[in-house]
Write a protein that binds this ligand. Structure first.
Ligand code: CNA
Length: 255
């Protein structure tokens, strides 16, 4: 067994190495995906228990909601229900704590559940949009959550005052990403002294390409149950649970 293999097999050694990187880096970036929210009760897409086991990816395409809005909302209801009642878990809270410890922490998330903000992170780029607002698919008028929340919980398609259907302001497959949020995300990558890639299979572009914007000297740390395409470039890889790794690392940093 060579030195790298030995390190990768030893959880405590990897944890120590992560703590060293966290100690040495003032500007951190996190690229997070659905995996950080699974222990808050929201399934991800691609795990063995993920949404794609029971629901076709087609549901999340712009064509689907534009052509079959009533069917979209009927199927989206259960997922919306879970997201609406979810609370941040130890992974989200550990990231927010790093900010309170004086680090500059940019969180770039593909998630639409707003749990990083609820946990207390203040520099969050939501690159796949948000469920806090919804907009008319015809006149583009935007409404706050209170306006459409009850209808969505009932699985009914919410309507604009003009009579047309609303679409949540999340990015559906086939739509461009919100420009301002994506620009914030790229800046976070450029400026990071270390990047933590957490709970994402890195299958969805352009989000999966963001790490390429990092400075060549900035180490990557991957925390994800299953291997990702960037594991081979990472300084440390954890295939363990996020809420085992991050809270432990933050506790050690404080010790
Ligand atoms: P994904 O492709 O489903 O990948 C999630 C990854 O997380 C998988 O590789 C899992 O192995 C890993 N994982 C799951 N739970 C844990 C855990 N506790 N510890 C460690 N690893 C874990 O999801 P991505 O985020 O990569 O895909 C991008 C899509 C998913 C984005 O468009 C999101 O909007 C969308 N999504 C978001 C949510 C949410 O907002 N919570 C939920 C489901 C899907």
């Amino acid at each position: 067994m060579d030195e790298t293999q030995a390190l990768n097999n030893d959880f405590e050694a990897r944890l120590d190495r992560l703590v060293t990187i966290l100690t040495q880096s003032q500007r951190l970036a996190f690229l997070t995906g659905a995996g950080i929210s699974t222990s808050s009760g929201i399934p991800d897409f691609r795990s063995s228990t993920g949404i794609y086991r029971t629901t076709s990816a087609e549901l999340f395409s712009i064509d689907f909601i534009q052509t079959r809005p009533a069917e979209f909302y009927a199927q989206f209801k259960d997922f919306y229900d879970l997201i609406s009642s979810a609370r941040p878990n130890r992974g989200h809270l550990a990231i927010a704590e790093l900010e309170r410890l004086g680090k500059r922490v940019d969180v770039v998330t593909q998630n639409i559940d707003a749990l990083h903000t609820q946990a207390g992170s203040t520099r969050v780029a939501e690159i796949h949009g948000t469920l806090r607002t919804a907009s008319c698919m015809v006149c583009a008028r935007q409404y706050p959550r209170e306006y459409f929340h009850d209808a969505m919980l009932r699985g009914e398609a919410p309507l604009c005052e003009c009579g047309n259907f609303l679409k949540p302001d999340v990015t559906f497959f086939g739509e461009p990403l919100p420009e301002r949020e994506f620009a914030k995300a790229r800046r976070a990558m450029w400026e990071a002294q270390a990047l933590l890639i957490v709970g994402t299979s890195l299958q969805v572009y352009p989000a999966a390409g963001l790490p390429r914007d990092c400075d060549a000297g900035a180490p990557y740390i991957v925390i994800n149950y299953t291997p990702t395409p960037l594991d081979y470039q990472a300084s440390i890889v954890f295939h363990e649970a996020i809420d085992e790794v991050l809270p432990r690392a933050v506790d050690l940093l404080k010790a």
